[in-house]
Write a protein that binds this ligand. Structure first.
Ligand SMILES: *Cc1c(COP(=O)(O)O)cnc(C)c1O
Length: 365
C-alpha cells in the first residue's frame, strides 16, 4: 500500500457544511437566508458583475501570472510599490503559502484562541508546533501573553484584527508595543480580512507598519466587504524580501482571470464599500439592541458579524433557526459552545433572523 506522509493523515480534511441550496431542499423551505459565512448581503458591486461578464470571452486563456492590471490598481490605491504585493486564491491560499515558505518541522507558531481556524492546517502540514493563547476576558487577543510564549523556535505569530469569530480588535498602542518587543526571528502576520468594516479611532492600519519597514505581512481579501468571496481573491502586503519566499512557492496561475478583473474593478467602486460599511453599522446596532433587550450577551464587534451568547442549548437553537429559514454558525466548532455567530444582513434579513431567534428561544423554554 502506498504510504502518505504520516503527519498529513493526522490532518482533518476541511468538511464543508451543506450548501444553502441543499438545506433549503431538504427542509422544504421557501426561503433560506445565509448569515453564516460573513458574506456581503449587498453582493458585489454591479460594476464588478458587469466587468466579469465582459471578461468571459477571455476564459480560454491562462491568467496573467503577474496579475499586472490588478497589481497596478492595488499599488496605486495604497500608494505602495508593486513589489509589496502577492496575490492569492483567497487569503486562505496565502496562509497556506506563508506556512510552506517559512515553516520548518519543530518551528513554533503562536495564535490566539479562538481565532481563524485556517492557521492551524498550515502549521500541521509543515510539522510545526501550534501554541494557542486564550483570548482575554473581553474576547480580545492577549498580546502580552502571546509575547510571553515566544521562544527561540518561534517563527510566526498570527493576529486576526478584527478577530474571527469574536469581531474584537487590538488597539494601535498594543500592537506597537508587541512589534517593538517581538524578536527578529518572528514574522508577524496581521490578518485584516475585515479591515474595511472597522470604525474605531485606535484601530491600527497594518500597512503603516509595512511602510515603516517592520517585519510584518498584512493579509487583505476581496471576500468580505468587497463581496466577491466566490471568485477567491486575497493578497499579502509586505516588504519585498519578506514576500520573496512566498513568490517562490506560489503556483504560476493561482489567481484566475475573472478574479483579477473583479479585484481591479471592485477597488474602483469605493461607494459600494461605503454603502456596505454603513449598512453593517446599522445592522450591528439593530442586532445588538435586540439582544440587549432580551438579556442576551453579545461581544462588541467591529467586523460584519456578531457573537451572541445563547447558552447551553446553542446547538438546538441553531437547528431551530435553520428550520425557520436562517443559517448561522454555532460557536462549537471554535471552542465557544454557548455562542452563535451571525453575520449582518439586509434590514429584512436582520428582521427575519431576530424573529426566528425569538421564536427559537421561546420554543425551547
Ligand atoms: C474570511 C477570512 C479569511 C479568508 O478569506 P478568503 O480571502 O476568502 O480566503 C481570512 N482570514 C479571516 C480572519 C477570515 O475571517
Amino acid at each position: 500500500m502506498v504510504r502518505p506522509r504520516p503527519h498529513v493523515l493526522q490532518m482533518e480534511p476541511y468538511r464543508p457544511g451543506k450548501t444553502p441550496e441543499q438545506l433549503q431542499q431538504e427542509l422544504g423551505l421557501e426561503e433560506l437566508i445565509k448569515l453564516s459565512a460573513n458574506e456581503n448581503p449587498l453582493g458585489a458591486s454591479p460594476r464588478v458583475v458587469e466587468a466579469i461578464q465582459s471578461a468571459l470571452c477571455h476564459i480560454h486563456r491562462y491568467p496573467d501570472g503577474a496579475c499586472q492590471i490588478l497589481r497596478d490598481a492595488v499599488s496605486a490605491f495604497y500608494d505602495l510599490p508593486e513589489e509589496h504585493f502577492v496575490f492569492g486564491n483567497g487569503s486562505d491560499e496565502l496562509i497556506h503559502l506563508i506556512g510552506l515558505a517559512y515553516l520548518e518541522p519543530g518551528d513554533e507558531v503562536i495564535m490566539g484562541h479562538p481565532s481563524f481556524v485556517r492557521y492551524e492546517a498550515s502549521v500541521q502540514l509543515n510539522q510545526a508546533v501550534l501554541k494557542r493563547v486564550p483570548l482575554d476576558a473581553d474576547y480580545r487577543h492577549d498580546l502580552p501573553a502571546m509575547l510571553a510564549e515566544v521562544t527561540p523556535r518561534t517563527k510566526l505569530m498570527y493576529i486576526a484584527n478584527p478577530n474571527n469569530p469574536t469581531g474584537t480588535i487590538v488597539y494601535r498602542h498594543e500592537l506597537e508595543t508587541l512589534l517593538n518587543d517581538l524578536p527578529d526571528h518572528v514574522l508577524l502576520v496581521l490578518d485584516e480580512a475585515y479591515f474595511e468594516y472597522v470604525d474605531h479611532p485606535n484601530y491600527p492600519n497594518g500597512l503603516d507598519y509595512v511602510r515603516a519597514g517592520k517585519q510584518v505581512v498584512v493579509l487583505r481579501t476581496f471576500s468580505k466587504a468587497y463581496g466577491v468571496a466566490g471568485l477567491r481573491l486575497g493578497y499579502a502586503v509586505g516588504r519585498p524580501d519578506l514576500l520573496d519566499p512566498i513568490e517562490r512557492v506560489r503556483e504560476p496561475y493561482n489567481v484566475n482571470v475573472l478574479a483579477q478583473v473583479a479585484g481591479a474593478v471592485a477597488l474602483s467602486d469605493q461607494e459600494h464599500v461605503k454603502r456596505t460599511r454603513e449598512l453593517n453599522r446599522q445592522s450591528l446596532d439593530t442586532l445588538q439592541e435586540a439582544c440587549a433587550r432580551w438579556g442576551l450577551r453579545t461581544v462588541p464587534s467591529y467586523a460584519n458579524f456578531l457573537l451572541i451568547e445563547v447558552g447551553e442549548r446553542c446547538a438546538e437553537i441553531r437547528q431551530r433557526l435553520l428550520e425557520l429559514g436562517v443559517m448561522v454558525r454555532s460557536g462549537e466548532g471554535f471552542g465557544l459552545p454557548h455562542f452563535l455567530r451571525v453575520n449582518t444582513g439586509t434590514p429584512e434579513q436582520n428582521a427575519k433572523f431576530l424573529n426566528a431567534l425569538q421564536t427559537a428561544l421561546q420554543s425551547l423554554k
